[in-house]
Design a protein. Structure first.
Length: 276
């Protein structure tokens, strides 16, 4: 563990597992979570807010729109609750696409639903010159770099507090309200079981197909010509592919990769915006 004498305790040591209030609010993962204490997480968030790096959008989500997969503990906002659902590492297929972006001048990347920021930190490592933005319900301390040494296992994380942030701008709020509005500005949008995944899942589950259609259109409009929307989702659970096909133009490309097992079954959908 880097950056000081941080402590990771399993939930059976902290008593969280036996707390019915927490159990009712936080779905369990296949692996036990790691609860990180001795970490003043709020300080980094306050600093980022003061620097204009975090933008709260829409109505406060507290008590209304619960972030079930938040990386911040119910016991204290200064304590991290790390689980596979909020510490997903960057998909290997996305790494190849990021390499292609390295030839562009200051590429812009947007991650939807970054969790604790593990994939976002890896994006910054692999594409240091990019401008990286995120959309999430819970703010991230951008000065606390979390890196995965073992994919999808929160107990295999390295932690390093640094003076330079790895996220340039965070939009905090529901994705309907928090998405940037200016068109043609991102070279890549990345979602791995993130905000787009869960919003579309909810829309389909509640037969709100018009809302799903609107959201997919809003995201695709953010892409520059040649930009990529990368979605990793459960095969057969969502209609992501149909939405992408429906919103594809004549010059757009849609690539579907076969399902594979990566902690859970994942289907990769890659949309590339064509040139006029």
């Amino acid at each position: 563990m880097n950056g000081g004498s941080l402590k990771i305790r399993m939930p059976m040591q902290s008593g969280l597992v036996d707390d019915p209030a927490v159990a009712a609010k936080w779905p369990s993962d296949d692996l036990h979570c790691g609860v990180i204490d001795d970490l003043n997480y709020d300080d980094g968030i306050r600093r980022a807010v003061a620097l204009g790096m975090i933008k709260f959008v829409g109505e406060p989500t507290c008590g209304k729109e619960r972030d079930f997969f938040s990386h911040r503990s119910q016991r204290s906002n200064s304590v991290l609750d790390l689980r596979p659902s909020n510490t997903r590492s960057l998909c290997p297929e996305a790494i190849v696409l990021l390499q292609g972006l390295s030839r562009r001048k200051r590429p812009r990347v947007l991650e939807l639903g970054p969790g604790a920021g593990v994939a976002a930190a890896e994006i910054r490592d692999r594409l240091p010159e990019c401008r990286l933005e995120t959309v999430s319900l819970t703010p991230i301390d951008p000065f606390l770099w979390l890196r995965s040494r073992k994919p999808n296992d929160p107990r295999g994380l390295s932690i390093d507090r640094r003076p330079d942030p790895y996220i340039d701008l965070q939009y905090v709020g529901h994705i309907d309200q928090a998405l940037p509005t200016k068109k043609n500005q991102f070279d890549m949008i990345y979602d791995c079981f993130g905000a787009f995944f869960w919003e579309i899942a909810s829309a389909v589950r509640n037969n709100c197909f018009q809302k799903a259609e609107y959201l997919s259109q809003a995201i695709l409009h953010l892409l520059r010509p040649g930009g990529i929307f990368f979605v990793a989702a459960s095969d057969g659970q969502l209609w992501t592919e149909s939405l992408m096909k429906h919103n594809s133009g004549r010059n757009d490309k849609l690539i579907l990769l076969p399902p594979r097992y990566y902690a859970t079954q994942i289907r990769i959908c890659i949309f590339e915006k064509g040139y006029e």
